[in-house]
Design a protein. Structure first.
Length: 301
């Protein structure tokens, strides 16, 4: 998912969010988002969001699900009537409660449409943890599941770029985002000429809360990185092929390799620093803001 915001787009000049303010998305549907903000390039390409004039209903969202998906979307009033826990409702009914005209639930539904295998597994893991530990206290695994579900950002990389992944984990932003910028995959959303260098890295949002906050991007917008190694030809695949691969790989790695619990995963990733996702990051000095691109904290004994 990539591309640069046009320099004429006022969102490219977004100011830091005042810490005393609570983030709030646009009050109503904003059709300009899909054509002006490259963070949404994948969603726009797959779901033709630019053609919508309002939030889609749960029934319309259900039509976007792949055939293999085992859920449907329903009005959240059914959850209220059932009087049960959100994850339990999904697990037992195979229905996802969705608030109408709500950015958070809209993006949550689209993540189900993109990654139905992984989302189904996350629901199953939530229920297994609830069965063992109850609802009063969240287990460490449930905290990880929620963190990834809300704020996860996938970074797909070829083995040749594993030093960039190491740099991201060490908060070496200048090296990862500036010196190795040519390795990050771009697409036709960008107004800049496509790079001739073979792409070896790309990023894709998984966390629907990050998508919601990207409707009004601000300095400070940060996700939690989950890095997955891919084959070299991955970057030549179509977007649909890449997403299907990711969904299967994620499901397998979460189920079999406990990837979410690995200490080097889910590290902070400043989203507006990802090449081609924000117009201002075309300038190397953008990355000199240490309040956003923070150095890795050293632990003293």
């Amino acid at each position: 998912m990539s591309g640069d915001i046009s320099t004429t787009n006022p969102r490219a000049k977004a100011l830091p969010l005042d810490k005393t303010q609570r983030f709030s998305p646009p009050l109503c549907w904003d059709s300009l988002l899909w054509l002006q903000n490259p963070i949404f390039a994948d969603l726009t390409q797959l779901f033709q969001l630019q053609n919508l004039t309002d939030f889609p209903s749960p029934e319309m969202l259900t039509e976007l699900l792949p055939d293999a998906a085992a859920v449907t979307f329903v009005d959240t009033v059914l959850l209220e009537q059932a009087g049960c826990y959100y994850e339990e409702f999904i697990f037992k009914r195979r229905q996802v409660p969705t608030r109408l005209h709500n950015w958070h639930d809209f993006f949550g539904a689209l993540i189900w449409c993109l990654f139905p295998k992984t989302k189904t597994l996350l629901n199953q893991l939530h229920m297994a943890e609830i069965s063992e530990y109850g609802l009063k206290e969240r287990s460490k695994l449930r905290n990880k599941l929620t963190l990834f579900d809300e704020c996860g950002v996938l970074v797909l990389y070829h083995k040749s770029a594993e030093d960039v992944i190491a740099a991201l984990r060490q908060h070496q932003w200048q090296y990862a985002f500036v010196e190795q910028r040519a390795l990050w995959q771009s697409n036709t959303f960008s107004p800049l000429p496509a790079t001739t260098t073979q792409a070896a890295l790309s990023a894709m949002i998984f966390g629907h809360a990050n998508y919601e906050m990207a409707t009004r991007p601000f300095i400070g917008l940060t996700g939690k990185m989950l890095a997955i190694e891919v084959s070299e030809n991955y970057f030549q695949w179509s977007l649909r092929q890449r997403i299907d691969f990711i969904d299967t790989a994620l499901e397998q790695q979460i189920a079999n390799n406990d990837i979410l619990q690995q200490h080097h995963q889910l590290t902070p990733l400043p989203l507006l620093g990802i090449p081609h996702w924000y117009a201002a990051n075309q300038a190397p000095e953008f990355y000199q803001d240490v309040s956003y691109f923070r150095p890795k904290r050293t632990i003293t004994t």
